[in-house]
Design a protein around this ligand. Structure first.
Ligand code: ADP
Length: 522
């Protein structure tokens, strides 16, 4: 356990006593054994660099306000989480050791409106609870979820997470935030700034600047509630799965997909390379027992035996059956240009049971963790995904460069491409390692940094990053001598002058740590 910088044990005990008076005995945790729930479960050997001093869980915004007052009074930083399942990016662990985790999972209110297809959610609402809520109330609304579905709807949307349905861009579905600032003041963004607003969750604009973006991937406030748009249950949908046998098929596949994404025929789509499919279903030892990355011949053998493509694309087509049929024709025509492409199409009408492998396309949450047994041991992964233009040759060039880097660091290249925005992909690339293997952890960290540095050479930046990589990624957003970070820092100093909210998140540090040296504080 690490104490907050500048506090000795006695002072910290005083803080905890004050906090217990606010939330009750059970909702402040400090003993090390009970804090393990807030560890980064997939840490690449860095757990001891990101240690919280404790955790506190408010039941409502009044308690939250008192917590922030106490934190300010004693100079205790708090690290906001909703559920804390931000696996591969740090889980619930804080950027700054000694921070107390501000665990908002007890705030779980949901209020859904079927007529206008939205819900209000508090931070502790998971995909599973929102899904069940809608089912129980027989509201004909779909959610869009990540896999697994036990994370926070709000937390993931704030991190700009993605899913698989037309509502897969989670941040884009946010409409109206309620935010508590460090001084305890509560603001509502957009139309919610009006008393008794009728349109807060319906219209994203405001009379004046939009403040919502300030609180996404941010440490300027604590988001206590959000409006989120939901998808009306479609009359039908078809799950479309395409496989492409050769590595360079990605060029044609991406170029065929792009016009379909741009004109709205295909909503969110994902593309997985061979490794993503193989790692989800098998272990590496089943295919190859040599050291280092799997050679090309072994990969080809795996692809043949598993009956998968080097590339595997998946998306849903949604709407009235006639519309879906028409869109399907356009899809088939577009991809028929690529040699040896294989199609599998599965149609569903409203109310039909969706097969397990297509559930994410219908927003049905699963609670299964991503399989991480590829290398055996205690499987973990980290992610450092860049955003890449939806242009075949650019995607292929990035793929080849990343393959080279994965392989030279001794890893097989895991590649996922998700297009929730019609002009670009988010390129996830899970670095799967055994977290009990010191050498592998080191290699994974080095590969992560190398991928981030190499993406920059191509003019590509990360959309999200592990807590250990946030400073590195933030430094890359350096246009005009880091003008953007300077504005972030001005905002930070203005909205959170004592610097108590999530110091270091996205590379944004409060003034006192910028000046006194955050590295010492860490
Ligand atoms: P999930 O459980 O969906 O993965 P988390 O609760 O782990 O989401 O949140 C992911 C990240 O988003 C956190 O590490 C934190 O930086 C930020 N975050 C989550 N909830 C809030 C919130 N209510 N207010 C501000 N930031 C938040």
């Amino acid at each position: 356990m690490r104490l907050p910088t500048g506090l000795d044990q006695a002072k910290f005990d005083t803080v905890c006593t004050a906090l217990r008076k606010i939330v009750g005995e059970n909702w402040v945790v400090t003993a090390e054994d009970r804090l393990s729930a807030y560890d980064d479960p997939y840490s690449p050997g860095l757990s001891s660099d990101f240690l919280p001093s404790g955790a506190i869980s408010p039941a409502n915004i009044d308690e939250l306000k008192s917590i922030l007052r106490t934190a300010t009074q004693y100079g205790v930083p708090v690290w906001s989480i909703s559920i804390g399942r931000n696996y591969a990016y740090g889980g619930a662990a804080p950027c700054l050791s000694g921070s107390m985790i501000l665990d908002l999972n007890r705030m779980q209110a949901i209020e859904a409106n079927e007529e206008l297809a939205y819900a209000f959610v508090e931070p502790g609402v998971t995909y599973v609870t929102l899904y069940k809520y809608l089912q129980d109330k027989r509201q004909k609304l779909w959610i869009d979820c990540t896999d697994p579905g036990w994370g926070s709807v709000l937390g993931n949307a704030l991190e700009r997470g993605v899913g698989y349905t037309p509502f897969g861009d989670h941040a884009a579905q946010l409409c109206g935030l309620e935010v508590m600032l460090a001084n305890g003041e509560v603001i509502r963004t957009g139309m919610g700034a009006m008393e008794a607003s009728r349109t807060w969750p319906l219209y994203k604009g405001a009379f004046g600047p939009s403040l919502d973006g300030l609180f996404l991937q941010s440490n300027f406030g604590v988001v206590t509630k959000a409006g989120i748009w939901l998808m009306p249950e479609p009359e039908s949908f078809s799950a479309v799965e395409l496989t492409f046998p050769r590595e360079d098929d990605i060029v044609g596949a991406v170029d065929a997909l792009r016009p379909l994404r741009l004109d709205g025929t295909v909503p969110t789509a994902t593309i997985a390379n061979w490794m993503r499919i193989a790692a989800a279903n098998t272990t590496r030892a089943e295919w190859y027992d040599g050291k280092g990355a799997m050679p090309r011949e072994a990969i080809e053998k795996l692809i043949g035996k598993m009956g998968i493509g080097h590339w595997n694309m998946r998306f849903g087509l949604y709407g009235r059956p006639k519309v879906v049929a028409e869109n399907l024709k356009a899809v088939q025509k577009a991809f028929a240009k690529i040699e040896r492409v294989d199609f599998a199409i599965t149609g569903y009408h409203k109310g039909e049971t969706v097969r397990p492998e297509h559930r994410s396309l219908a927003g049905i949450p699963s609670v299964e963790l991503m399989p991480l047994n590829w290398l055996g041991g205690a499987g973990a992964h980290i992610e450092c995904p860049p955003v890449v233009p939806m242009v075949g040759k650019e995607v292929f060039e990035l793929y080849r460069r990343r393959s080279e880097l994965f392989n030279t660091h001794g890893f097989d290249h895991y590649c996922g491409l998700t297009t929730t925005s019609p002009r670009s992909f988010i390129n996830t690339g899970s670095i799967i390692f055994d977290r009990n293997d010191f050498a592998q952890c080191k290699q994974a960290r080095e590969l992560g940094a190398a991928l981030i540095e190499d993406a920059k050479v191509m003019g590509l930046g990360g959309y999200r990053g592990h807590i250990s990589e946030m400073d590195l990624i933030a430094r890359q957003f350096a246009f005009n001598d880091h003008a953007s970070m300077r504005v972030n820092e001005q905002l930070k100093d203005c909205l959170d002058p004592e610097g108590i909210l999530s110091p270091g998140k996205q590379g944004i540090w409060p003034k006192r740590l910028r000046e006194s040296g955050k590295d010492e504080a860490k």
